[in-house]
Design a protein around this ligand. Structure first.
Ligand SMILES: [Cu+2]
Length: 469
C-alpha cells in the first residue's frame, strides 16, 4: 500500500512536467482539472448548462464527467488509474479504471460538438483510449502501435474530433486489452441529437450501463487477468445484485435502456412485464420499419443495444441477463450436482475431518439463498438478496425496474417494494377448490375424474374471422 502511494505521489508530482512534452502548447495552457468520483452510487443526471439542451442519461451506479468549454471546444480530462471498486457492500475489488471508478465516467456530448479529451496515464503500464463506434480521423482512433504511439505511464495525451453522429458508444483501451479490460477499463459515451431527430424519440428516463465480468478468486481482491472465458463475477457497471441500483420510473414514462457488452461472452438481457423495441445500436438509430417487439435482446461482445418501451405496468419488474449462471456470485461455479444424493450420513463423517463442512444441493441449491454459509473474506455470496417475500436467490447481472403511478413529479428515488393490490399475488391454492390434475385423455385417471373441465375443441367449420368477435 505504501509503495503504491509513493508511486502515485511521484506520478502526481511529475504529471504537469511530462504532460507538457506530449500535449500541444495551446491545449496545455490550462489542462482541465480531472474530476474524481469516490462513490459507487448512481449520480443524478448531469443537465447541460450551456449549448443545445438535451435530456441527460442516468448512468447506473455511475456518473457523467463534467466538461468545460474552451474557445468552442468541449474539453474532458480522463485519468487512467488503479481504483478500488465497491462491487457490493463488503466486496471491494482492485481494478483499473478512470477518475476513481470502474467503469469510468460517461461522456455526454451533442451531435456536432468539437470534443477534446485529455487522457493522463497513471497506470503502471502504457495504455490508449479507443472511442468505440465513433466517426473520427484515423489517428484519433486509439489503437496503440497502429494509429498512435502508446501513452506511457505518467504522460498525458490529447484526442480531438467532432462527434459526428448521435448515438450510444463506449470507450476502452486498445493496448494490452485482455489485461486492461479484465481489470475494468471502460466507459460509456452518449452523443445526443442536436435537434429533433426522426428516429430518436424523447424519453422521460434514459438509463445506460455496461456489462462487464471479472474473475476474482473467493477471498481475494484482484481479478485474475489471464482468464479467457471462465469469469465468476458478472456485473452491470461493475456492480452485482443486490448492490445494483434499481431503475425507478413513473407509470407511463417512455424509458430507454442503453446496454453495452465489454465481457468475453454474449448476454441475453431480459425485461419482465413489458415489450421493448431495439431503437438503436452502436451503428446508429434503427429505421422504424426495422423494429420489432422483444422481451429479450442478446447483446453480443463489443455491441451496444438501445431498448425502448412505455413503462405502463406497475410493479417491481426483473431486468437481468437470462444466462442463469450470470445472475449468481462466485460460489456457484464448480459446485458438483448433488440432486438426489442423500448426504446426511456423509456430512457427519466428513465433519470429523472438516468441522465447517456443509452438505448442499440434495434437493437443489435454493437453500443457498438463505443459509448462513461461512464465506472467505471479501467474497460476494453465490445467491443473495432479500425481497418482501423472502430470499431472492440471485447475485450478478440482475436488478429491478420499479414502475409506480404515484411517483411525485421530479422524484425518481427508490419507492421501496411494490404494494400489490389485494388478491393479486400468487398464493397457495385453496385445497377445497383446486381441481384434480388432468391426465391424458383416454387414461383411466381421466375417465375417473368427473370434476375435470371439458375441453372445447376448436370449431373447424368456422372461418378464421369468426373467432375475432
Ligand atoms: Cu450474461
Amino acid at each position: 500500500m505504501q509503495r503504491r502511494q509513493l508511486f502515485q505521489n511521484a506520478l502526481l508530482g511529475t504529471a504537469t512536467a511530462v504532460a507538457a512534452s506530449t500535449v500541444g502548447r495551446a491545449a496545455m495552457a490550462a489542462l482541465p482539472e480531472p474530476a474524481q468520483q469516490t462513490s459507487a452510487g448512481t449520480a443524478p443526471p448531469l443537465h447541460p448548462t450551456a449549448g443545445p439542451g438535451y435530456d441527460p442519461v442516468v448512468t447506473l451506479n455511475g456518473w457523467t464527467a463534467p466538461s468545460r468549454m474552451n474557445a468552442g471546444v468541449k474539453e474532458f480530462h480522463l485519468v487512467a488509474e488503479p481504483v478500488v471498486r465497491e462491487v457490493a457492500p463488503g466486496f471491494k475489488v482492485n481494478m483499473w479504471g478512470y477518475n476513481g471508478q470502474s467503469p469510468g465516467p460517461t461522456i455526454e456530448v451533442v451531435e456536432g460538438d468539437r470534443v477534446r479529451l485529455f487522457v493522463t496515464n497513471r497506470l503502471p503500464e502504457h495504455t490508449t483510449v479507443h472511442w468505440h463506434g465513433q466517426r473520427l480521423p484515423n489517428g484519433m482512433d486509439g489503437v496503440g502501435g497502429i494509429t498512435q504511439p502508446h501513452i506511457p505511464p505518467g504522460k498525458t495525451f490529447v484526442y480531438e474530433f467532432t462527434a459526428r453522429r448521435p448515438g450510444t458508444f463506449m470507450y476502452h483501451p486498445h493496448a494490452d486489452e485482455m489485461v486492461q479490460m479484465a481489470m475494468g477499463m471502460m466507459g460509456l459515451w452518449i452523443t445526443h441529437p442536436r435537434s429533433r431527430h426522426p428516429l430518436i424519440d424523447r424519453v422521460q428516463r434514459d438509463f445506460c450501463f455496461l456489462l462487464s465480468s471479472f474473475d476474482v478468486e473467493p477471498g481475494s481482491a484482484t481479478p485474475r487477468i489471464n482468464t479467457m472465458t471462465d469469469f465468476n463475477i458478472w456485473t452491470f457497471n461493475s456492480r452485482v445484485f443486490p448492490a445494483i441500483d434499481t431503475l425507478n420510473v413513473r407509470r407511463g414514462d417512455r424509458v430507454r435502456l442503453r446496454v453495452g457488452n465489454l465481457t468475453m461472452t454474449n448476454h441475453p438481457v431480459h425485461l419482465h412485464g413489458h415489450e421493448f423495441e431495439v431503437t438503436g445500436t452502436d451503428g446508429g438509430p434503427v429505421p422504424r420499419t426495422a423494429r420489432w417487439p422483444e422481451v429479450t435482446v442478446d447483446v453480443a461482445v463489443g455491441q451496444m443495444r438501445q431498448m425502448e418501451f412505455i413503462a405502463d405496468e406497475e410493479g417491481d419488474w426483473a431486468l437481468h441477463c437470462h444466462k442463469s449462471h450470470h445472475t449468481m456470485g462466485a460460489m456457484g461455479h464448480d459446485v458438483p450436482t448433488m440432486i438426489g444424493v442423500p448426504q446426511s450420513d456423509l456430512e457427519s463423517r466428513i465433519r470429523r475431518l472438516v468441522p465447517d463442512y456443509m452438505a448442499m444441493g440434495e434437493t437443489g441449491m435454493a437453500e443457498m439463498g438463505s443459509m448462513e454459509m461461512p464465506l472467505p473474506g471479501n467474497t460476494h455470496p453465490m445467491m443473495t438478496g432479500q425481497g418482501p417475500f423472502g430470499a431472492a436467490e440471485m447475485g450478478g447481472m440482475f436488478t429491478l425496474l420499479k414502475v409506480r403511478a404515484g411517483q411525485a413529479p421530479g422524484d425518481y428515488s427508490d419507492p421501496g417494494w411494490f404494494a400489490h393490490p389485494p388478491g393479486a399475488v400468487a398464493r397457495e391454492a385453496d385445497a377445497g377448490t383446486a381441481p384434480v390434475p388432468a391426465s391424458a385423455p383416454g387414461s383411466p385417471a381421466a375417465d375417473a375424474s368427473p370434476q375435470l373441465p371439458s375441453v372445447r375443441k376448436p370449431d373447424t367449420a368456422e372461418g378464421h374471422g369468426a373467432h375475432r368477435h
